[in-house]
Write a protein that binds this ligand. Structure first.
Ligand code: ZN
Length: 333
């Protein structure tokens, strides 16, 4: 009886906590099968971001408030399992906000078996989860990989703070040679001077290139106040969108609209730390504005296979050919 009476006041408080934006995440891990590997997405923490955080670098313009008052976001981490390698991309917030460690355990992943952590940058919501609440390393057998250009200060302090780990701090992101399982790094500075992408086949881990996709895909010039070099961040964001956009013909109400020239980039999983869970978008459709269709994008459902490497030669799609014919004005009599 005593135990029940102690529990009651806690239960009464539960709805209060449920309403907080920083509530522990409840989304179950999402799994995506790949060719010889598996991708899993975890929501470390729920997140939504108010419009005051965003502005356009040149003119200070702020976005309109979205329905509900804040942009939907998330704080995600990803795990790639290939053979005996278990590779985390970013490590979340850590205690008390982050739930990654508990979720990994519940998902059958012993944190001691994580072999590598690829860090997109050194912000708290990406590196905080490297340590447990008691200060011990959360992934005691992992090598940390992080781009550290020679002109960026603070390397010695980072090394001292992470002395419990094996460290692979590479000075040149285009030639990082110690990454596991065929991963490659790509420099993507702007959000921070050492913000970097990781690429493996049809997956591109884009860190903090997006904080609010609903705002920044249609209008990539909006920067969160956390983008240290906003102009560089905008350039990286636009280039990232360009890698997956298409205006390929789409049938709508029985009518196929062809915008010339047709641009089609094969699907690529853009895996982002703050993209709404499961944190992945693939093809982005940008129809010509004159057709009045809004920009849209695809969020792959759990279980969707990771697309093949878009750089690999495309399989021969025999018999499928799209012809673009210019409409000529009828001759006037
Ligand atoms: Zn972040």
């Amino acid at each position: 009886m005593k135990a029940i009476s102690l529990l009651l006041p806690l239960l009464a408080l539960a709805p209060l906590f449920a309403a907080r934006a920083e509530d522990p995440a409840t989304n179950a891990p999402a799994r995506f099968p790949g060719d010889g590997f598996e991708l899993r997405a975890y929501q470390d923490a729920a997140q939504s971001i108010p419009p005051e955080i965003f502005s356009v670098p040149n003119d200070g313009r702020r976005p309109d408030a979205p329905a509900g008052g804040a942009f939907r976001a998330s704080c995600n981490a990803f795990l790639v399992i290939e053979g005996d390698r278990r590779i985390l991309v970013d490590a979340g917030n850590g205690a008390p906000r982050g739930t990654l460690l508990a979720q990994l355990r519940a998902d059958g992943i012993d944190p001691a078996t994580v072999t590598d952590v690829l860090l997109t940058h050194e912000h708290r919501d990406h590196v905080g989860g490297l340590f447990r609440a008691d200060g011990a390393p959360a992934f005691p057998n992992a090598t940390l990989h992080l781009w550290w250009p020679t002109n960026v200060a603070g390397r010695a302090a980072f090394e001292a703070r992470h002395a419990a780990f094996r460290l692979d701090l590479f000075a040149d992101a285009t030639s990082a040679t110690n990454l596991p399982a065929g991963f490659a790094a790509e420099p993507a500075p702007g959000h921070t001077p050492q913000h970097c992408f990781y690429r493996k086949g049809g997956m591109l881990f884009v860190g903090d290139v997006f904080h609010a996709v609903d705002l920044q895909i249609p209008e990539p010039w909006f920067c969160a106040k956390w983008d240290q070099d906003p102009h560089a961040a905008v350039a990286v964001r636009k280039a990232t969108i360009q890698r997956v956009w298409t205006n390929a013909p789409k049938k709508k109400d029985g009518v196929v609209t062809v915008v010339s020239p047709i641009v089609f980039h094969p699907p690529l999983f853009l895996c982002g730390a703050h993209i709404p869970f499961p944190g992945i978008i693939s093809t982005i459709r940008q129809p010509a504005p004159r057709y009045g269709e809004p920009t849209s994008w695809e969020i792959p459902a759990p279980g969707t296979p990771v697309p093949p490497d878009p750089d690999a030669p495309a399989p021969d799609k025999d018999g499928v050919r799209i012809e673009v014919r210019r409409k000529t004005a009828p001759a006037t009599p």
